[in-house]
Design a protein around this ligand. Structure first.
Ligand code: NAD
Length: 292
């Protein structure tokens, strides 16, 4: 059994997988690999799968299967699975960091200090306490965000048409109601035809003036041009994002927009989370090999 580790994982993974097969990190071994482990960088397209003549199992370390052509894998009899349960805490902590960075003017203050400027006036802050956080999607990650936001004294509301009850958020029947009430909006939905571009010009106009938006979900949920425009005119007071149309972004209008906080898609990249992803992968490989 040849196991190809195609992307960056926890350093302990190659050694831990040795009992289950020959482990390689050489991408030229794709045609001989039975199992391939990917995160986001490797794109498991039709062409890629056609080169992988022996491939039986793809494991994507992370939430979502955006970089795996699942339909084609199914057609070819390749099992494609992921590790959705691992990353919730890592992403939730990043969402909270981004949500705190904007009202606390962390970036402005830091850049000022580094440039020898004492920007005390420019760094007037506001608090999360007693503000309303609107979560779009109330799945695993949003749940962890809700728990943390409540610890800061926020009121938490959520819109998720696929969830009937929640013990951590007050569910809103429509997105419009969430837009009308939220001081902060945090996105936690996958990219689907339904969620594509939901943060657009029309919906931004329904939001409170001065709303702050945090996106650790998917870039495709946002029309970047519309957000950049609303940032310029102040309808959106701040936009923090970890996710991009492409990694890294080449021509995003957000790169030069005011009042942004940007990170290079690091939601799942905590040291602890990479360890959790490895634990799950080792278990899945073990199960797969045992069935052979
Ligand atoms: P999850 O499946 O537990 O939750 C997603 C929720 O979205 C579900 O409750 C679902 O019902 C809801 N949903 C689907 N369509 C919706 C719609 N049209 N409107 C409102 N809600 C809708 O997933 P999760 O583990 O919480 O992850 C959420 C998202 O976070 C992932 O889909 C992924 O896009 C993103 N993510 C980003 C990073 C990162 O590195 N920044 C890492 C992991 C996950």
């Amino acid at each position: 059994m040849k196991i190809l580790i195609s992307d960056a994982f926890d350093a302990s993974l190659p050694e831990r997988l040795k009992p289950y097969g020959e482990v390689t990190q050489d991408k030229n071994e794709l045609p001989n690999a039975d199992i391939v482990l990917v995160r986001s960088a490797t794109k498991c397209t039709k062409e890629w799968m056609d080169k992988a003549k022996q491939l039986k199992l793809i494991i994507r370390g992370g939430v979502g299967m955006d970089n795996v052509d699942e339909a084609y894998a199914k057609q070819k009899g390749i099992i494609a699975i992921n590790t959705p349960e691992a990353s919730s805490i890592a992403v939730a902590e990043l969402a909270m960091s981004l949500m705190l960075a904007i009202p606390n003017k962390i970036i402005i203050g830091h850049q000022g200090m580094a440039a020898g400027k004492w920007l005390k006036k420019e760094c007037e802050r506001t608090e999360l306490y007693k503000k309303t956080l609107g979560l779009i999607g109330i799945g695993r990650i949003a749940r962890e965000v809700a728990i943390r936001a409540k610890a800061f004294g926020m009121r938490v509301i959520a819109y998720d048409p696929y969830v009937k009850t929640s013990d951590v958020a007050e569910l809103k029947p429509t997105l419009d109601e969430l837009f009308q009430e939220a001081d902060y909006i945090s996105l936690h939905v996958p990219s689907t035809p339904e969620t594509k571009g939901i943060i657009n010009k029309t919906n931004i106009a329904k939001m409170k003036k001065g709303v702050i938006i945090v996106n650790t979900g998917r870039a495709q949920c946002v029309v970047e041009e519309d957000v950049a425009e609303a940032l310029k005119f102040g309808h959106i007071a701040g936009y923090a994002t970890d996710v991009w149309y492409e990694d890294p972004p080449k021509a995003s209008p957000l790169l030069t927009a005011p009042n942004t906080v940007m990170t290079p898609h690091i939601g799942a990249s905590s040291y602890e989370n990479l360890g959790r992803i490895s634990d799950i992968i080792v278990e899945k490989v073990k199960e797969f090999v045992a069935k052979k």
